[in-house]
Design a protein around this ligand. Structure first.
Ligand SMILES: *[C@@H]1O[C@H](CO)[C@@H](O)[C@H](O)[C@H]1NC(C)=O
Ligand SMILES: *[C@@H]1O[C@H](CO)[C@@H](O)[C@H](O)[C@H]1NC(C)=O
Ligand SMILES: *[C@@H]1O[C@H](CO)[C@@H](O)[C@H](O)[C@H]1NC(C)=O
Length: 389
């Protein structure tokens, strides 16, 4: 991509970037917990349609097979920073699942480990949370209480990263992970093992709704959906004037919940990358693919769509608009594989991340280095290494 495009974009993005949550860092009550699993700060609550008001608190070491009879698929919902078991995505998704799908739902609760304002410590506590979740999954599958291929992890924000890290500890490859606006701050510069990516399950689908703020911009799954460019979500300025970013972020679980029983559906069109789409250089005719709960696990690539500004958000399929002439002006083939990387947006994202870390860094350099020690690890991520050295 030419640098003439690059500079205005940089300015645009810097202006749109929301304030960074890691600034609440040096509260003395913030703790990194080094604990064992099971852990009383990480609890698992089992819901079925008939027990939705009285969920069962599971003991990962003493599971009762009868709690999972009759056999049904299992959906595991994972909240994020400042969450708990009734917080997003649970509040949006669990009721719709229990109403419309014959499934079990486990809502994990690790609220004590991700309290405000302790974002860095929350990030550092995730491996413990992930180990405890993996222990539960391993025990469920080892004891043939739930079949591995019927388990689906759905994580919002930091919970999306928990889902990705859980893959590091399970005995069998996970079948499906859904990442709902997986958290960005402190994840871009780390190794893949810290971050949700397509290696973490047979199928990883991701929805991005706050790519300039709390959510990650780069593609993180086999398929990535970017409603409204994954950026400013319609309706959020009105809904939460103080903090539209938080509204953008929560659109991901809201869209996902709606996708479970939507009659029209969220349909997106493929484009080779976010920047290409932003420049309107992708075809606006042809096949469309369904986003959300009923996404096809054969789908690959990045998809873009518009939504309504309030519930119901789904707009169904988009009418075709023939833009071949515009594309021809840019000498682009109608086959959109011609420009095929989002290297620069990713570079930019890493840059912004580094800036954010630097702000914190000035506050307490030694402490931060210690806290973020994984950043300096030399493996993987050539992109971030350029910045660090
Ligand atoms: C989907 O289900 C939820 C409750 O589970 C309900 O409020 C909503 O109206 C339903 N949507 C459609 C399109 O039926
Ligand atoms: C859940 O229970 C309600 C009423 O108890 C019933 O109407 C609904 O069909 C059930 N949902 C599923 C998915 O079984
Ligand atoms: C639970 O988390 C709190 C911090 O919120 C910590 O003080 C405590 O040691 C933790 N307990 C366990 C068993 O890890």
């Amino acid at each position: 991509m030419k640098s003439t495009v690059w500079l205005p974009l940089l300015t645009f993005i810097c202006r749109s970037a929301s304030s960074n949550p890691i600034l609440g860092l040096f509260d003395s009550t913030c703790q990194v917990v080094s604990g064992e699993c099971p852990n009383k700060n990480v609890s698992f609550w089992l819901y079925s349609n008939s027990t939705r008001e009285n969920p069962i608190l599971l003991n990962p070491l003493d599971l009762n097979p009868w709690d999972f009879q009759p056999p049904r698929p299992l959906k595991i919902l994972i909240h994020g920073y400042t969450g708990y078991r009734d917080f997003a995505p649970n509040s949006y998704i669990r009721p719709v699942l229990l109403d419309h799908e014959d499934v079990y739902v486990i809502s994990i609760d690790y609220g004590p480990l991700v309290r405000y304002p302790c974002y860095i410590q929350a990030v550092q506590n995730l491996p413990l949370v992930s180990q405890c979740l993996a222990q539960l999954i391993n025990n469920l599958v080892d004891r043939a209480i739930v079949a591995n291929d019927r388990i689906h992890l759905i994580g919002f924000s930091l919970g999306g990263q928990v889902a990705g890290q859980t893959a590091n500890y399970v005995k069998r490859k996970l079948k499906r992970i859904t990442g709902l606006d997986p958290a960005k701050p402190l994840f871009i510069l780390g190794p893949d093992s810290r971050r949700l990516d397509q290696g973490d399950a047979d199928f990883v689908d991701v929805i991005h709704t706050d790519v300039f703020g709390r959510g990650i911009l780069r593609a993180a799954g086999h398929v990535d959906f970017y409603p409204n460019f994954g950026a400013q979500q319609p309706g959020c300025m009105e809904e939460n004037m103080q903090d539209p970013g938080s509204c953008n972020h929560e659109r991901a679980p809201r869209f996902y919940a709606e996708s479970i029983n939507s009659t029209v559906g969220f349909w997106g069109r493929q484009c080779s990358g976010w920047l290409v789409q932003l420049l309107s250089l992708c075809p606006t005719t042809g096949a469309q693919a369904l986003m959300g709960y009923h996404v096809s696990d054969e789908l690959r690539g990045s998809y873009f769509l518009q939504t309504a500004s309030k519930s119901p958000f789904a707009l169904g399929k988009t009418p075709d608009v023939d833009n071949r002439q515009t594309l021809a002006k840019f000498h682009l083939n109608f086959d959109h594989n011609e420009i095929d990387n989002d290297y620069e947006p990713q570079l930019l994202e890493a840059f912004l991340e580094l800036e954010a870390v630097k702000v914190v860094d000035k506050m307490d350099e030694a402490n931060l280095d210690k806290q973020l020690n994984w950043i300096d690890r030399p493996e993987e991520e050539p992109l971030s290494r350029n910045f660090i050295n």
